[in-house]
Design a binder for this molecule. Structure first.
Ligand code: GCU
Length: 338
C-alpha cells in the first residue's frame, strides 16, 4: 500500500514537473500555479490555500489557474522544497524545521522554548521587521518565504507511557523532523532521535520502529497517530511555524500589479489558517480524548526548559547572523513575562 502511494506520488510529481517544464496540459494560455503541502483536505492549511486559490482566480482568473496538491501528492516536504527551488512547482508549505537544512538561519525558529507563550510567538511572526531579514534572504537557495502558518505547539506522545519528565524519554526512540536542531534537542532531553518525513511516522509507530513522536494535536486525529499513541504530554517544547515558500523567480518576476494581488492572497492564507486553527485544535483534542482514548497530561515544564537551554547558546555561538533576531524575540518575550 505504502509502495503504491510512493509510486503514485512519484508519477504525479513527474507529470506535474513535465507540465511545468513543457507547458503540456496547461489550460488555454493560463499559467498554472502549483502549490503542494503535506496535510489532509480537512486541515486548516488546505482550507487556507483553497481560499487563496479562489482569491487569485477571482482577481486574476484570466491569467492564472491555481492548483493545490494536498497529502504529500507531490512528495515529502523536502521533495517539495526542492521542486520549488528549481521552479518545477511554484509554492509549497514547509515546516520551518526542515528549512534549516536549506538555509541555516531558519535554525532560529526551531529552538525549543524560544517563545514565552503563544502571544509572543504570534507577535514575532507577524512583525515583518523581524521576519523579513530571514524570509527575503534565500535568493541563492532559489526560494522566498511569503507568509507563515500557525502549527501550534509541539508536544511528546508515545505508545506505552506518559512522558512526565525528561527522565521518561530515556531509552525511547522518538521521531523528530529532519533538522539538526531537533536531533540535538532530543539528545539534550535524553531520548533517541529518529528523524524521518511526516508521511512515514504512522507506519513507524504502528510497527513499533519508534516509541513515540512529537507534534501538535492534529497529528493525533488528522494523521491517525492517536490510534496507536494514547499518551500525550504538554511539555510544549516548540512552536515551529509552517512557512509558505515560493519559487524565487516566479515570485520576483510577477508584474507589480499582479504581485500586489498575490501579496494580498498570502495575507489571506495566514488569516484564514489562523481562524481555522483554534477550533481545529479544540476539535482534535476532543476527538482524540473521546473517540481514541488519548490521555492528556500537563507536566512541570521547568526540567524540560532547563535541559534544552544549552541549545540556545550553542546555536547562537555557531551562527552569529541570527543573534539580532534572537535579541528582538527576547524583547517581545519580556513584554509577556512581566
Ligand atoms: C506539523 C507541521 C508540518 C510538519 C509536521 C511534521 O504537522 O504542520 O508542516 O511536516 O508537523 O512533524 O513533519
Amino acid at each position: 500500500m505504502k509502495m503504491l502511494k510512493k509510486l503514485l506520488t512519484v508519477s504525479l510529481a513527474a507529470a506535474v514537473v513535465c507540465g511545468a517544464l513543457t507547458g503540456c496540459g496547461s489550460s488555454e494560455s493560463k499559467r498554472i500555479v502549483r502549490i503542494g503541502h503535506n496535510q489532509s483536505q480537512e486541515h486548516p492549511t488546505h482550507i487556507a490555500l483553497t481560499a487563496f486559490e479562489e482569491f487569485i482566480e477571482e482577481n486574476l482568473g484570466d491569467k492564472y489557474d491555481v492548483e493545490v496538491y494536498p497529502s504529500e501528492l507531490l512528495g515529502s516536504q523536502t521533495d517539495m522544497v526542492q521542486l520549488t527551488q528549481t521552479g518545477a512547482i511554484d509554492f509549497c508549505v514547509a515546516s520551518n524545521a526542515i528549512l534549516e537544512t536549506f538555509s541555516k538561519n531558519y535554525e532560529i525558529f526551531n529552538l525549543p522554548y524560544l517563545f514565552v507563550n503563544a502571544d509572543a510567538y504570534h507577535e514575532v511572526m507577524d512583525n515583518e521587521e523581524i521576519t523579513d531579514q530571514l524570509f527575503k534572504s534565500t535568493e541563492k537557495a532559489g526560494f522566498e518565504a511569503v507568509t507563515w502558518l500557525d502549527a501550534g505547539t509541539r508536544n511528546f506522545y508515545t505508545l506505552d507511557k506518559m512522558v512526565e519528565s525528561p527522565e521518561d524519554l530515556k531509552g525511547l526512540k522518538i521521531r523528530v523532523q529532519q533538522s539538526p536542531t531537533n536531533v540535538e534537542m532530543m539528545r539534550l532531553l535524553g531520548g533517541s532521535a529518529t528523524p524521518m518525513g511526516f508521511g512515514d511516522v504512522y507506519t513507524a509507530l504502528q510497527s513499533h520502529i519508534i516509541d513515540g513522536a512529537e507534534n501538535n494535536e492534529l497529528a493525533l486525529t488528522d494523521n491517525g497517530h492517536g490510534e496507536v499513541c494514547k499518551y500525550y504530554s504538554y511539555d510544549m517544547h516548540q512552536m515551529v511555524p509552517d512557512i509558505l515558500i515560493g519559487s524565487y523567480n516566479f515570485v520576483n518576476e510577477l508584474p507589480e500589479d499582479e504581485r500586489e494581488i498575490f501579496e494580498e492572497g498570502f495575507k489571506l492564507i495566514n488569516q484564514v489558517e489562523r481562524e481555522e486553527w483554534t477550533s481545529a485544535v479544540e476539535a482534535a483534542k476532543a476527538r482524540a480524548a473521546e473517540e481514541m482514548g488519548v490521555e492528556f497530561y500537563y507536566p512541570d515544564q521547568a526540567p524540560f526548559v532547563e535541559a534544552c537551554q544549552p541549545l540556545h547558546e550553542s546555536v547562537l555561538a555557531g551562527n552569529p547572523d541570527i543573534v539580532p533576531i534572537y535579541d528582538a524575540i527576547q524583547e517581545v518575550n519580556a513584554k509577556y513575562s512581566e
